[in-house]
Design a protein around this ligand. Structure first.
Ligand SMILES: Nc1ncnc2c1ncn2[C@@H]1O[C@H](COP(=O)(O)OP(=O)(O)OP(=O)(O)O)[C@@H](O)[C@H]1O
Ligand SMILES: [Mg+2]
Length: 296
């Protein structure tokens, strides 16, 4: 199937500042693509290029098969977009604003809007200007989802949402994906991306450091394991196991780091009596830091 997003050499320079450098990315349909990176990495720049709000300095992008340079309006019509700094008319109520947008776009089922508001616990009768940051963000989320676009591009969608609402939002993301839609979302919150994304791209200083599935990233990741032996730790043996990187032995307790699969380690332990094992599952945070360390 054709990718929903395809960029080649996509670059944006702000004067001499590099916002994004030579992004080559293909996002297949029907997945959640998580875009991770620290502040200033280029996430918002990439997203604004993909919705045609910025023009690239070099390179090109195609979204839903449409060349952005040729028809940015068509891309904007067909993509659900939540900007990182979502703002709306403060004097309208959430309901008035969403109705206004719905009429403008057409094809919006008002019951679906009310259901979204109910799920996100948003009062549509309150003035947007009087809403808290998190509640205003919900208006932005609803406007992105309400006409069920085939592609959603969301810049830090969970910013300002409390944990309960973050969970509800992630459920909406999964439901949209399961209905065959494609979502690209940016975040610094690694656990949330890990919970919802099928593929992850890590941006750093305008460069795409890696793109991989969450599973593969985890498989390449370092894991910390504690082993409690019945007798003294066979330190030299442990250090020789493929994938084992660091071994700290203290009496009968060994703490070690394993890269990727632990199968070799487990096989090597067979002749020994191990009383307990504690495995600290690698999260994206560790993967993230490992990537940054690698890159220097
Ligand atoms: N309008 C602008 N003028 C000049 N430089 C800009 C502009 N917008 C972004 N930049 C620079 O481009 C780089 C990437 O910024 P961008 O906003 O894309 O990062 P981000 O990954 O979205 O960060 P954050 O996590 O803080 O939202 C940064 O160095 C930033 O200072
Ligand atoms: Mg940003």
């Amino acid at each position: 199937m054709d990718p929903v997003i395809r960029t080649s050499g996509l670059s944006k320079h702000y004067g001499h500042i590099v916002g994004l450098e030579s992004l080559d990315l293909q996002v297949p349909p029907g997945i959640v693509f998580g875009c991770l990176g620290p502040n200033g990495a280029g996430k918002t720049t990439a997203i604004r290029l993909l919705v045609g709000l910025l023009r690239p300095t070099h390179g090109r992008a195609e979204v839903l098969g449409i060349d952005l340079a040729a028809d940015p309006d068509e891309v904007q019509r067909r993509v659900g977009y939540l900007p990182g700094d979502f703002k709306a008319y403060p004097d309208l109520t959430g309901g008035q604003y969403l109705r206004y947008l719905g009429n403008l776009r057409g094809g919006v089922d008002w019951q679906a809007v009310e259901l979204l508001a109910k799920r996100l616990d948003l009062d549509l009768t309150r003035r947007i200007g009087a809403l808290s940051h998190g509640n205003r963000q919900k208006v932005g989320i609803i406007q992105a989802f309400m006409n069920e676009p085939e592609l959603l591009i969301l810049d830090e969608p969970t910013a300002g949402l409390d944990p309960l609402m973050q969970r509800e939002f992630l459920a909406l993301v999964r439901e949209a994906r399961d209905a065959g839609r494609t979502l690209l979302l940016s975040s610094h919150i690694l656990t949330e991306v890990e919970a919802v994304a099928d593929m992850v791209g890590i941006l750093r200083e305008g460069h795409l450091a890696t793109v991989d599935s969450v599973e593969n990233l985890k498989a390449r990741a370092l894991r910390r394991i504690d082993l409690i032996f019945a007798h003294e730790v066979p330190e030299a043996m442990l250090a020789g196991v493929p994938g084992v990187q660091e071994v700290h032995a203290d009496g009968t307790i060994a703490q070690l780091t394993v890269e990727g699969s632990t199968a070799d380690l487990i096989a090597a332990l067979a002749p020994y009596r191990v009383d307990d094992v504690v495995s600290h599952e690698a999260d994206l945070e560790e993967i993230f830091l490992a990537y940054y360390a690698e890159e220097g």
